[in-house]
Write a protein that binds this ligand. Structure first.
Ligand SMILES: NC(=O)c1ccc[n+]([C@@H]2O[C@H](COP(=O)([O-])OP(=O)(O)OC[C@H]3O[C@@H](n4cnc5c(N)ncnc54)[C@H](O)[C@@H]3O)[C@@H](O)[C@H]2O)c1
Length: 361
């Protein structure tokens, strides 16, 4: 049920059994990892809303039948479905969307309907929910668009380069306006290329790491779009889960208690209270969620050769439309506000995910 290499560090300090969580897109890659964490730490209730359009029942099937787990097959494009899913929840982690830049270029209308229309439904249902404490949602590094400045810092965005990036920017604008107009408490996490177990390589819009891992396991040459010097701040999924847990709970848990009921040391209390003073997170905030590192595709191929004990050379193809050449995040804001710290750097994450893909083929 649980991957033994993951979630051995708790990122919360309170008893999760008193809280109810909705994870939209919870059958997808990142959502199902958030669910795994919440179930592992005995959350009071974990509800998933997913229409399985890009997620997999396989990702959550182990949790079916648990008394604190519930799966609603439904579409965020339906407001009533969103309202029912949010009813009675304390926290929402909104992950449901159609990811992928190429998908949005092939079909911008559907990406917009799900990512903008669906988002607005969730936000509206959140506005009308009486019980809810906070919604955290999946934003995207694509919002930095054509800005060439590195590292990417919140507040210094360029223009979007794809329909997908437009949808993710619009999410932030709506969350901000709902906060100003209706007083909603929301946090957007701008993910930078997340990878890890449960990310599917067989999907037509699969991401680069699942595709490369599959190629290495099958002893085939992977194809790199471009010259291989494209770089990304690849982020292991446990870091994304940590960010979601911290973002949901900040301000709502006993900041000074340890999980085992013990008190923190005085130094730790002082550090935490300094952080908490800046943590007046009662409106809308966006944070980069990344490692603050930069890895090129060529470097990734070298690491995969070393992990798998092979010497495979990639095939180089044309660059993809809508992609930025380089990406690297500043993680100062999320570290300061949410005490986030990327526990898994790229190499470690790649080893874990490669092990996991080996069990899948
Ligand atoms: N993976 C990344 O590197 C990355 C980077 C930036 C942002 N994001 C964002 O993070 C979130 C999660 O991404 P992921 O990689 O886990 O993708 P994913 O496709 O694995 O998960 C998304 C889930 O949403 C579900 N979904 C899609 N449309 C839906 C609808 N209309 N109603 C209900 N459910 C629906 C899918 O079935 C899927 O299970 C998305 O919002 C994505 O845009 C991901």
């Amino acid at each position: 049920m649980f991957n033994p290499q993951l979630y051995n560090t708790p990122y919360h300090t309170t008893d999760l059994s008193k809280f109810k969580f909705l994870v939209t897109g919870g059958a997808g890659f990142i959502g199902s990892n958030i669910v795994e964490y919440l179930i592992k730490y005995n959350a009071g209730h974990v509800r998933v809303l997913d229409n399985l359009s890009n997620g997999y029942f396989e990702n959550i099937k182990d949790f079916m039948g648990l008394p604190n787990f519930e799966f609603i097959v439904g579409d965020i494009r339906n407001l009533e479905t969103c309202k029912k899913a949010i009813d009675g929840m304390d926290f929402v982690s909104h992950q449901a969307a159609l990811g992928s830049v190429p998908r949005s270029i092939a079909d911008p209308i559907t990406s917009n309907e799900v990512n903008v229309g669906g988002f607005l439904n969730i936000l509206t249902a959140v506005k009308d929910a009486t019980h809810l404490k906070r919604m955290v949602y999946a934003a995207s590094s694509s919002t930095y668009g054509d800005s060439a400045t590195l590292p990417k810092v919140e507040g210094n965005e360029g223009n979007p380069l794809s329909p997908y990036a437009v949808t993710k920017l619009v999410n932030e604008l709506y969350a901000d306006v709902y906060s100003k107009v209706y007083g909603l408490n929301t946090i957007g996490l701008r993910y930078f290329n997340v990878f890890g177990p449960k990310q599917n390589p067989n999907n037509p819009y699969a991401a680069v790491i699942p595709i490369f891992c599959k190629a290495f396991i099958e002893g085939k040459q992977p194809t790199i779009n471009g010259d291989g010097l494209t770089s990304r701040d690849f982020t292991f999924v446990e870091n994304a889960v940590q960010a979601n847990i911290r973002a949901m709970l900040i301000g709502f848990e006993n900041a000074f208690g340890g999980l085992d009921g013990s008190e923190l040391s005085n130094d730790a209390k002082i550090n935490k209270s300094i952080n908490l003073q800046i943590n007046k997170l009662d409106k809308h905030e966006v944070f980069n969620m990344a490692c603050g590192d930069q890895v090129t595709l060529n470097e990734m191929i070298e690491m995969l050769n070393s992990i798998s004990g092979q010497q495979i050379k990639p095939i180089y193809g044309p660059e993809r439309k809508g992609d930025v050449k380089h990406s690297k995040a500043s993680i100062d804001k999320i570290s300061n506000f949410l005490s986030y710290e990327p526990k898994f750097r790229f190499q470690k994450g790649l080893e874990i995910v490669f092990d996991w893909y080996k069990t899948q083929y």
